[in-house]
Design a protein around this ligand. Structure first.
Ligand SMILES: C[S@@+](CC[C@H](N)C(=O)[O-])C[C@H]1O[C@@H](n2cnc3c(N)ncnc32)[C@H](O)[C@@H]1O
Length: 240
């Protein structure tokens, strides 16, 4: 049977694709890409489009994953998209499924893989890791994420601010991902959790793309204007 490969596409710069990722993309019969809305270009696809082998011209299929919290809608989405992949594989075509960064960190792949393994265990799956946005960010800003005995936490969104505060009390480096428009909500609680004004503060949006914005300052210097306004944002605060 044809194979399924999930490719981690890295943070945005096509030069940060691994050699393995490029090989898999160039060998694919069909490239399947996650997108949040019908008709919206997949970000993962825009990262890899320049490395596609034009002489081979794979089919490109977008799979829609709406950004909702409703469990039933999510389950239906995973089921439908896993079936779409399985149908192509069963027709004898090899599929590459794309994700931004690495497939194992907050990606659509995690749910698809679970669904595929339970419903289509006969499909052989290979996962190619990608450079995680957090580490592309750290190299851009010129900081370490953790050193010596420091601990780090990755916070995906502020669904539960009291949990964020408890985590911050016990952690040296706080990495915030997902929607930059909400990052300002945690500054006060970080200070309450013992992060002093001279703690390192770094924030970025669209790392590795032409829209990239990167700022490095201290927690005490942060103002309303410091924050980014995009979903593709990262913020790191490191205890002084
Ligand atoms: C659904 S998560 C996917 C994370 C991804 N799997 C990874 O390994 O980085 C999407 C979030 O990752 C972060 N992200 C991914 N790529 C980014 C980039 N190029 N610039 C800034 N943030 C990025 C943002 O916080 C964005 O909201």
């Amino acid at each position: 049977m044809a194979e399924l490969t999930c490719v981690g596409c890295g943070p945005g710069d096509p030069e940060l694709l691994t050699v393995k990722a490029v090989k898999a993309i160039r060998n694919a019969d069909v490239i399947m890409c996650p997108t949040s809305k019908e008709g919206k270009t997949s970000i993962a696809y825009s990262i890899i489009s320049s490395v596609i082998d034009d002489s081979k011209k794979p089919d490109v299929v977008n799979l829609v994953f709406p950004m909702v919290k409703d469990e039933k809608t999510l389950e239906n989405t995973w089921e439908k998209n896993a079936k779409a992949i399985a149908d192509v594989i069963k027709s004898g075509k090899s599929v590459v499924y794309l994700t931004v960064g690495d497939p194992s960190l907050y990606s659509t792949w995690i749910y698809l893989q679970r669904e595929l393994k339970s419903k289509y265990p006969e499909i052989k799956i290979t996962v190619i890791p990608g450079i995680v946005s957090i580490f592309a960010f750290a190299s851009k800003v010129g900081i370490s994420i953790a050193e010596g005995d420091e601990t780090m936490a990755v916070i995906p969104a502020f669904y539960d601010l009291s949990r964020v505060k408890e985590t911050a009390k016990n952690c040296d480096t706080m990495v915030f991902l997902k929607d930059g428009r909400y990052f300002d909500q945690v500054i006060k609680l970080l200070k309450e959790a013992g992060f002093s004004d001279n703690s390192l503060f770094a924030i970025a949006q669209d790392v590795g793309t032409s829209e990239e914005i990167v700022k490095k300052l201290t927690l005490g210097e942060v103002t309303k204007e410091t924050f980014t306004n995009k979903y593709f944002s990262i913020m790191v605060v490191k205890r002084a």
